[in-house]
Design a protein. Structure first.
Length: 318
């Protein structure tokens, strides 16, 4: 029995060592394929990585969702707006190449880091903030906590309210705890890329995903173990964070334009868009009858036009 137990421990240790080596190689290769291509902005002692596009015009801050990074917008909205806007696409804390301050699973810290980007890169300006999915919750929090920095929100299939349970993924629950999480996250590079490539169709449904979306959006960065855990921590805390935030929405006094796909299979539009539309006075819902969870892809020009509308009004009022 002792010999069997010893052999079992040796096999487990060898397996973990092999996984750690694989994750280190994967991380190196991923960062060579998708290197940091933006500017590092120090916010409260931590770097935030910001990809920029456009040289003139009003500034627009874009905040990506879960399992993603700032590259989410580089092939969609940035090309449509960069001729007459300054686009700031920020990696959220722990994602892409942004450092992760303590407490980053809270929307408070997420919003604080994004607000710091505005203060550093668009000083003295009020900007339009764009948020996709989880990034929509962060954009709302920026408007709540830093109203002097925001003069309009464009929300893309945002998660806005506590959904009451269910829907949490098992791998985020396993990756979150402090002991097993770091070990489990070493396995993410082994199985994660293949799984997410298969899942892309579901995120874009009912539309087809763009060709080479996985590569263009740099989704492979997610499976570096620290980022995988950061994403898990964000998602594990999200329900409670939204429950604490959602009653504050009536205090938002800027224009909000929300794009919601009726066929979104990632979130329930009737819960999120359906509730928040009754809480904000200056609110425009753009329903997309055949839309899914990625309106900035399938309806990119309509989203860009909404951003132009709010930024033009911001510019006229300044």
């Amino acid at each position: 029995m002792k010999l069997a137990a010893t052999l079992f421990l040796i096999l487990i240790t060898a397996g973990l060592a092999g996984a750690c080596v694989h994750s280190a190689v994967y991380t190196r290769n991923a960062e060579e394929r998708w290197p940091a291509s933006g500017t590092m902005v120090e916010v409260h002692g931590e770097d935030v990585h910001v990809i920029r596009a456009g040289e003139t015009g009003p500034a627009v801050l874009m905040i990506h969702g879960a399992s993603a990074n700032a590259r989410e917008f580089t092939e969609t909205l940035a090309p449509r707006l960069s001729s007459d806007h300054r686009i700031l696409m920020a990696d959220r804390p722990g994602h892409g190449y942004s450092e992760r301050p303590e407490g980053s699973e809270s929307l408070l810290v997420q919003a604080r880091q994004m607000a710091g980007v505005i203060e550093a890169m668009a000083p003295g300006e009020k900007v339009v903030v764009v948020g996709h999915s989880y990034g929509g919750a962060v954009a709302l929090r920026v408007a709540l906590d830093y109203p002097d920095l925001v003069d309009g929100l464009v929300l893309l299939a945002p998660v806005t309210h506590d959904w009451g349970g269910g829907g949490e993924t098992w791998y985020n629950k396993v990756a979150g705890p402090p002991i097993i999480g770091p070990i489990f996250s070493q396995l993410a590079p082994i199985v994660g890329p293949a799984q997410v490539k298969q899942g892309i169709n579901g995120v874009f449904d009912p539309a087809d995903p763009p060709e080479n979306y996985y590569g263009d959006a740099g989704l492979g960065l997610l499976f570096r173990p620290p980022e995988f855990r950061a994403n898990a921590d964000d998602m594990n805390a999200l329900r409670d964070e939204l429950a604490a935030q959602q009653d504050r929405y009536p205090s938002i006094d800027v224009q909000v334009i929300l794009f919601s796909g009726a066929k979104d299979t990632v979130i329930k539009p009737t819960l999120h868009a359906g509730k928040i539309k009754h809480q904000i006075e200056d609110f425009t819902l753009v329903p997309l009858a055949n839309g899914g969870h990625m309106p900035h892809h399938a309806h990119g020009e309509a989203v860009a036009e909404a951003i132009r509308k709010l930024s033009a009004e911001t510019d006229q009022s300044s």
